[in-house]
Design a protein around this ligand. Structure first.
Ligand code: GLU
Length: 333
């Protein structure tokens, strides 16, 4: 009995020494407060959301000990997935297209009759264009040419799926009956185009990005298809969140077979969170990105046109109070 007691004491001692060592070597240091972990939902790894999540986390994690905060990044199915995951508490943050933010807060489209009242805006990031890339052999040179073709419009959680359907509707094409619409994730689309398994794919994304670089540097030559014309203009007038845009093909994708830039329409990437996420966490993220703005901006070429002011435009959900606190302190609001 005595032996067992001694053994138990020894075991408990061992365990506490081990725990102390672990506590000393983890990132919490001597801080008595437990570190808060938050995750940013992004998109496919060949898009711009994924490196954007990385850029934001990089800025904040440098001060991880000061804030007792660690930001991690997750690759996801995109904007619609991110809104839903923020709302059900699976993610604290997500990058979300501005049109999707508008629809979610107003209870439209994927959230018809189900307004996401707790969705909160943090800031806008880079502009995104609804981009359509087709193989040369497909013979697709206008959006109307998509009739009868195999086209990836995007997985159901993605932002581009709704944009593709809007653009198709604008030119009188029904995605369910007039073409063979695929629901592939963005990261799979470039190789599917190169393999000849799809004729074209839509991707609402900042430029340059890994997906289009991959697709335009393969053996099968391909080109960007303009999304323009009277029908598209009428659609832009109908939806407040769309604006005309230009895809910088000549500088971003020298491997594309069309040398010139092409017209399309677009939205903005925005960082969203939930009203349930603490003010301190949101404040820390906003502060680190804004106070180190030039360093942040240098982290991805898709940020070339952004300014601090542009990062406060295009938000339709209420600003999270932690973000508002920083903007007021910085004189931006
Ligand atoms: N806009 C896309 C979406 O919402 C993602 C683009 C990206 O990953 O850069 O699904």
């Amino acid at each position: 009995m005595k032996k067992i007691t001694m053994l138990l004491i020894a075991a408990v001692l061992c365990l506490s020494v081990f725990t102390a060592a672990a506590g000393g070597s983890n990132e919490e240091g001597d801080s008595p407060a437990r570190k808060t972990f938050v995750t940013i939902g992004t998109g496919g790894v060949t898009g711009v959301y994924y490196p954007t999540g990385g850029a934001i986390s990089k800025m904040v994690n440098k001060k991880s000990d000061e804030y007792n905060l660690k930001v991690t990044v997750e690759s996801t199915g995109g904007s619609v997935y991110n809104v839903n995951a923020i709302m059900n508490g699976d993610l604290e943050f997500g990058i979300v297209q501005s049109d999707r933010q508008f629809q979610a807060i107003k209870g439209l489209a994927d959230w018809e009759g189900n307004a996401q009242d707790k969705l909160r805006a943090v800031f806008s990031i880079h502009p995104e264009s609804v981009s359509l890339l087709a193989s040369d052999e497909s013979g697709i040179y206008s959006i109307a040419d998509l009739a009868g073709k195999t086209v990836n419009i995007g997985n159901p959680g993605s932002g581009q799926r709704g944009n593709a359907i809007d653009a198709l509707n604008a030119v009188g094409l029904d995605w369910e009956t007039d073409l063979k619409a695929e629901g592939l994730k963005a990261a799979e689309a470039a190789s599917m185009l190169q393999d000849g398994r799809i004729d074209a794919y839509f991707y609402t994304v900042g430029h340059p990005n890994g997906s289009f670089k991959e697709a335009t540097s393969g053996a099968k030559s391909c080109h960007f298809v303009p999304i323009e014309g009277a029908d598209i203009e009428a659609m832009l007038g109908e939806f407040p969140y769309y604006a005309a845009s230009i895809i910088p093909v000549s500088t971003a994708y020298p491997g594309a077979s069309n040398p010139g830039d092409v017209a399309s329409f677009g939205v903005k990437a925005t960082l969203c969170t939930s009203a349930d996420v603490s003010d301190d966490v949101v404040y820390a993220i906003v502060k680190e990105v804004f106070e180190n703005f030039e360093e942040f901006k240098a982290l991805h070429p898709a940020y070339s046109t952004i300014t601090k002011e542009s990062m406060l435009a295009g938000l339709s959900a209420p600003l999270h109070p932690g973000a508002l606190k920083y903007y007021e302190e910085a004189g931006l609001k």
